[in-house]
Ligand binder design. Sequence first.
Ligand SMILES: Cc1cc2nc3c(=O)[nH]c(=O)nc-3n(C[C@H](O)[C@H](O)[C@H](O)COP(=O)(O)OP(=O)(O)OC[C@H]3O[C@@H](n4cnc5c(N)ncnc54)[C@H](O)[C@@H]3O)c2cc1C
Length: 601
Amino acid sequence: MNNFAETARAAHTIGAPLLGATTHEVTNQPEPLSGYNVYTGDRALRDALAFHRPGAVGDAAEASQRALGALLGSAEMQTHARLASIHKPELRTHDRFGHRIDEVEFHPSYHALLGAAVNAGLHGTPWARGPGAHIERAASFLMFTQLEPSVLCPVSMTYAVTPALRSNAAVFGDWFSALSSTAYDPRLAPVQAKRGVTMGMGMTEKQGGSDVRANTTQARFIGDDAWGKRFELVGHKWFFSAPMSDAFLVLAQTPSGLSCFFLPRVLPDGTPNGTRNAIRIQRLKDKLGNAANASSEVEFTGASAWLVGEEGRGIPQILEMGMLTRLDCALGTAGLMRGAVSLALNHTAQRSAFGKTLVSQPLMQNVLADIAIESEAATALAMRLARAIDHQDDPFETMMRRVLTPVAKFWVCKRGSALAQEAMECLGGNGYVEEHGEGVMARIYREMPLNSIWEGAGNIMALDLLRALRKRDAKNTDRSADAVQALAAELDTTRGANASLDRFADGLLARFDDAADAGGDEAGARRLAQDVALAVQGSLLRRHAPDFVFDAFCRSRLGGNGPQIFGTLPSGVAMEAIIERAMPVGTPFDRLRAIGNTGSV
Ligand SMILES: Cc1cc2nc3c(=O)[nH]c(=O)nc-3n(C[C@H](O)[C@H](O)[C@H](O)COP(=O)(O)OP(=O)(O)OC[C@H]3O[C@@H](n4cnc5c(N)ncnc54)[C@H](O)[C@@H]3O)c2cc1C
């Protein structure tokens, strides 16, 4: 027997490795995007904020956004986001003695995240603050989504229901200070004993969510008390997110039609801990993403609820709230897009293939620059809508809010999923891997479709735009009373800046008269919503983005057949400048940039 065979057999016998212990060195694997400031590196967001809220910019005024940006990019908060996503909420219907408790238990990291969002005042707080509060809140919400979007569901719902509660002055009086307080208090207790509260919304039933007129939950009048008209609710909700909220606004039928009700989780019956209201949690939804958020199915078995607004006027009431949750869908998706672009840039700046970093390869630059433009345009449109909501007393802004809400919700959310897929591909196989919650890109990808579905799915938004366009002034001249004039005035601010944008805007305005006719062209409503979004995005980028971003947007989105797959920017576009602008600050790549060692970008 030769020596080699003998040695091999001996090694096998005693279990020692044949060729030494080290199989390979791990190289060319990027450092994760961690310990960076989400705010300082987001030039698109900072420019939009400076445009809509000049007073919010400057070292002192920006301090709170910077502080939040540092917190949201920290390794500690990223760990909370990972843990909250993999340790899903658990339903406990009964205690061990058989009493119904209908409680959902969350991982401590969920509370850390939701607490941080409430501390930042992203829920009801702006309603207690002065001008500009909604714009600043919008910037913070967009950033927070990049850390963890699913805890923001109750935050958004609380933001949306707070102003609606004014329609029941007694309830509003008792709840407003807790709804707008920045203290996080998850205890189950009567409102008087709480430092802060959150609220949810219950519209959707099994028979239909878009068409809430089909709701069958019944409300029976019981009598008047300190909170107004008290009813007893019997029925169900098929989707009921954040069931651990302190109260909910829900829809139910009365003899006058669909009405809006305030439904607390604990009854105001004077007992120290309050008696639990008759809300039975049937089960939690097993969802594609949005894992940290509990979305439940519930039944009301004689639950006490108080009327909000007029009996029979539940739909307009809910639509008012829908404006605000839809804003958050657009902001949230813009935030997820920014998160996906940051991850793609961080990865491709550190990973090499065929002898060069990915970020310096021409075709990858085309993809990266294209998704960066899309992300910036999404931020611009969502922040424009936030401005319209902030300027509550300006009739023109009220009209813009009406028109831009369905447009931004439709278009930004539709583009989100396409962008997430492309950003994931920039990471190659690593992008597709979950790895116990470390795969942030995979989490973003699973989350993306949700903002497009809830709070009115894509078709519902496009049809809502048609309805908005029917708001016409008799003389068709008043931009505050006529939706088409309002859009024309918005686009006029940048007329002459770019021939493609002018042509695109002219073509669009010519189509509005048809769209505004009773009925409109329903089958063409998505195309219209897309084109309104593109025209307004182009105009906004003219106003607060650098020329090279504006030029690239117009050349790639406003000519030919409209937006194509990502990575199809025409030649001559300043791809490297766009990538440089979008690169997150404080990343390993950024540190290399500081010492001038980044290849060609
Ligand atoms: C994770 C999650 C959490 C949720 N949480 C809540 C919650 O807390 N509270 C709550 O009330 N709801 C909640 N929802 C429900 C959500 O708002 C609804 O699912 C959504 O509004 C769509 O309603 P639907 O599911 O009944 O679909 P449908 O109304 O059946 O719509 C299905 C499709 O048909 C389209 N469609 C409908 N009408 C038309 C038309 N006229 N023309 C063309 N197309 C049309 C829609 O755009 C949609 O694409 C949640 C949903 C999810 C996924």
